[in-house]
Design a protein around this ligand. Structure first.
Ligand SMILES: *Cc1c(COP(=O)(O)O)cnc(C)c1O
Length: 329
């Protein structure tokens, strides 16, 4: 890896460092070598895991990184209420409710689906965190419900701040551009990073971080639901936004891949491969992955290893994006 970087990238990294953040994460999340998984797979490459599931704040996960930036902006703008959308077991909704609690803000969640009775897993945590929860019938009704809630709260004299699905805005994705710096300081650059992708903020942020640090690392997002073309287009849009925020036009062209071959029968529906990955990770490393996101991404990671996609001396890193609360839904 070359030490010299284009000067535009150095300036962009300084700008990234200077962005306001509301601290939720604290110390870097752990990076661990998965030696027993490697042995179980007879794998030639070295296998690592970045444990964002082990971020201490409110069960952690990838939304924590994005919310550090998004909540700082909301607070700087004088917001007193965070408003966001998600499904009944949304990790993003729980993380937003938790961030609101931590910073003394109110939280209004628009949740498509029905309130589980009794509430379990993320739905239980949302209630414990004191969020106001508005249940709506469908995903399609989200946008209208979000703008409706913002208007209503304003009329009541509150100062709401709307956070889009997954906090996957260019600003939120900066959390993952920054996370690449964290990883490089811990272990250096892996040859490949594999992670679960949906609203594409994690993917765009990781790709941007690799571009800013001039890393040769290949970033692969494994879809939890949408077709690769859709996630790719969304990630590209976010990258263009990041390039603007950091004044680094090259970042808009950052490289990444999306694999939608592991969705199986759909969002949140386990597949044979995701079940196998879930058991294998637990039994070799005592690491837990959820059916909706991380088990499918890990199934892809395992399939790549078995197919010999990574060179024998290579380092392949699975970025664990959290979601373990979903095991108790
Ligand atoms: C939201 C989520 C993802 C997907 O991240 P995006 O940035 O929306 O692509 C992956 N894993 C878990 C556990 C999540 O909660």
């Amino acid at each position: 890896m070359s030490v010299a970087r284009p000067s535009t990238h150095r300036a962009a990294l300084e700008r990234l460092d200077a962005f306001q953040r509301s601290s939720l994460i604290g110390a870097p999340s752990p990076v661990e070598e998965m030696g027993r998984l490697r042995a179980a797979l007879g794998a030639a490459p070295r296998l690592w895991v970045k444990r964002d599931d082990a971020i201490p704040f409110a069960f952690g996960g990838n939304k924590t990184r994005k919310l550090e930036f998004v909540v700082a902006e909301a607070m700087a703008a004088g917001a007193d209420t965070l408003v966001t959308v998600g499904g009944v077991q949304s990790n993003h909704a729980r993380a937003t409710a938790a961030a609101a609690a931590r910073f003394g803000l109110r939280c209004h969640l628009i949740i498509n689906g029905q309130r589980p009775d009794p509430p379990r897993a993320n739905a239980l945590l949302d209630e414990l965190l004191g969020a106001t929860i508005e249940y709506i019938p469908s995903r399609e009704a989200r946008d209208a419900a979000l703008s409706g809630a913002v208007e209503r709260l304003r009329a009541e004299g509150r100062r709401p701040h709307a956070i889009p699905l997954g906090a996957s805005t260019p600003l939120g994705a900066l959390g993952f551009a920054r996370a690449i710096g964290e990883l490089v300081a811990q272990t250096g650059a892996p040859d490949v990073i594999v992670h679960a992708a949906s609203s594409a903020g994690t993917l765009a942020g990781l790709a941007a971080g690799c571009a800013l640090h001039a890393l040769p690392t290949q970033v692969i997002g494994v879809s939890a639901d949408d077709p690769a073309a859709y996630i790719t287009a969304h990630a590209r849009e976010i990258l263009t936004g990041i390039a603007g925020l950091l004044g680094a036009p090259g970042v808009a062209q950052a490289k990444f891949e999306v694999d939608d071959a592991f969705v199986g029968d759909g969002y949140g529906v386990p597949s044979a491969a995701s079940r196998e990955a879930q058991q294998l990770a637990a039994r070799t490393e005592a690491i837990f992955v959820d059916h909706t996101y991380t088990a499918k991404a890990l199934a892809a990671f395992i399939a790549y290893v078995r197919a010999g996609r990574f060179a024998p001396g290579a380092t392949a890193l699975f970025w664990h994006t959290g979601g373990q609360v979903g095991l108790f839904a």
